[in-house]
Design a binder for this molecule. Structure first.
Ligand code: AR6
Length: 179
């Protein structure tokens, strides 16, 4: 599915984010930038040791929840990886929505800083961190749409969803934006 906003577009696809041929991919990291399972594990395996070496050297204090930091992409096709730290879901009254939104927005700001015209995102916080998929999809797509409408940039934002549930949730929200 693809929706155009001015010169820019938001795309949804199902698959593996490590295989994406884009300028930058986002990682769903933890605030220690310590690596882990899920998409973080897949990205680190595919990219090689450069990523952990860079995060250790450049960001020894980690990355606060709700923000993101950049490394190069190692062996990935993507030139950069934006390590975004989404919130753990604790029922919804612990500022989770604002933190998830700012994690995405930080990645989009990093894309601007590093002149990345195409960026791919996983559904941050929706795995181990337990964020309900439909609520996460709404936040991810709203913050992205607002950013690209305001900045006319980046040209492409692709959400790479890992299963049917995630694809369905994102498609429902994106469809509602075209009505
Ligand atoms: N490509 C795209 N999406 C993926 C892939 C992949 N290769 N693998 C998993 N997903 P999670 P979180 C989806 O748990 O909830 C890590 O250990 C997955 O189905 O990776 O933000 C970190 O180090 C889910 O929808 O991230 C942190 O400690 C989404 O990616 C913690 O998990 C995010 O799931 C972060 O938890």
């Amino acid at each position: 599915m693809l929706v155009q906003f001015g010169n820019c577009r938001i795309e949804l696809c199902q698959g593996d984010i490590t295989k994406q041929d884009v300028d930058a991919i986002a990682n769903a990291a933890n605030s220690e930038l310590a690596g882990g399972g899920g998409v973080d594990g897949a990205i680190n395996r595919a990219a090689g040791p450069t990523l952990m070496n860079e995060t250790r050297t450049l960001y020894p204090d980690g990355c606060p929840t709700g923000s993101a930091v950049a490394t190069t992409g190692g062996r990935l096709k993507a030139k950069y990886v934006f390590h975004a730290v989404g919130p753990v879901w604790n029922g919804g009254d612990q500022n989770e929505a604002q933190l998830l939104e700012s994690a995405y927005r930080d990645c989009l700001e990093l894309a601007r800083e590093h002149r990345c015209d195409s960026v791919a995102f996983p559904a941050i916080s929706t795995g181990v961190y337990g964020y309900p998929m439909d609520l996460a999809a709404e936040i991810a797509l709203n913050v992205t749409r607002d950013f690209i409408v305001e900045n006319n940039f980046p040209q492409l934002v692709r959400f790479v969803l890992f299963n049917d549930g995630a694809s369905g949730a994102f498609a429902r929200v994106l469809e509602s934006m075209t009505e």
